[in-house]
Design a protein around this ligand. Structure first.
Ligand code: G3P
Ligand code: CA
Length: 268
């Protein structure tokens, strides 16, 4: 058998501890393979698993509260129904955000942005996604104010990153928070991205974070050439994590932080 038939599998098994540990390990919606996504429990789990960042999805209730939930409706991840933007904070707060995942998590609630910042900033990095910001006029200003109130907007505050699929929103947010690194998210339709488009993103963004299925060695090199970092999403298997490590990305957004690197648990 030619060696050229081997690399995909063989190289995966040959990843050094150093190569694994230099990856920025980002717990997607918290350690969402292990606990209900976007809850304080999944974020705590990400912290305990020694991820470098938790990734959170920020949206806004009808009455202007910033809450952490992925879908634009509450239907999938709570026991309620309706659009996030058409429910009051009190209505959302009374929903159960854990039992859909497993009965053990009954009683989990939808956290606020402020609660997550106050509980986790300084303990673990926070990758803040503005989810569907076009639905929430003024959300960029609210996020900026919330960060500034906590002095989390300074240039040296590298453990806060803001990202979105809505690139106009990121341009606006970068103007409001010039000291905070920003990222553009890119779905499958960006597979053919040009160097000119990367340069345009790099004029306001520090990260180009694509769907992992469009990542190639060439794309990684071109993102680096454009002076950005690349955190692809979303790895859900050991094989996918290994593949991304072999592609020399900077960080991996994963539901399972242990796939990037695991730390021995010491029992006393
Ligand atoms: O960090 C990127 C990733 O979170 C984007 O996808 O749909 O899980 O928010 P999604
Ligand atoms: Ca997200």
């Amino acid at each position: 058998m030619s060696v050229f038939t081997l690399p995909a599998f063989a190289a995966q098994e040959n990843i050094s501890k150093q190569e694994r540990q230099k990856m920025i390990n980002t717990a997607h919606r918290g350690a969402s393979g292990h606990a209900p996504e976007n809850t304080m429990t999944s974020f705590q789990k990400g912290f305990e698993m020694k991820a470098d960042y938790i990734e959170i999805d920020v949206q806004m209730t009808m009455d202007g509260e910033l809450v952490i939930i992925h879908d634009t409706t509450v239907d999938r991840t709570t026991n309620g129904t309706g659009y996030v933007g058409e429910l009051t904070f009190e209505e959302i707060r009374n929903l159960d955000a854990g039992s859909w995942f497993n009965d053990d998590y009954t009683g989990e609630i939808v956290p606020t942005f402020e609660e997550v910042l106050d509980a986790f900033h300084g303990k673990i990095g926070i990758l803040i996604e503005l989810k569907a910001p076009e639905l929430y006029p003024g959300i960029e200003e609210e996020v900026a104010k919330t960060l500034k109130d906590r002095n989390m907007h300074k240039p040296n505050n590298k453990k806060i990153i803001i990202q979105s699929f809505n690139h106009e929103s990121m341009k606006k947010s970068k103007e409001l928070l010039p000291g905070v690194p920003h990222g553009v998210l890119a779905g499958l339709s960006w597979a053919g991205i040009t160097d000119e488009q990367l340069a345009e993103f790099a004029s306001y963004a520090d990260y180009f974070n694509p769907n992992m299925n469009i990542v190639t060695p060439s794309l990684v090199g071109r993102v680096h050439e454009a002076d950005m970092m690349i955190f692809p999403y979303t790895s859900r298997s050991q094989k996918q994590a290994n593949h991304l490590i072999n592609l020399n990305v900077d960080g991996i957004v994963t539901d399972y932080p242990e796939h990037v690197y695991s730390h021995p648990v010491h029992h006393s």
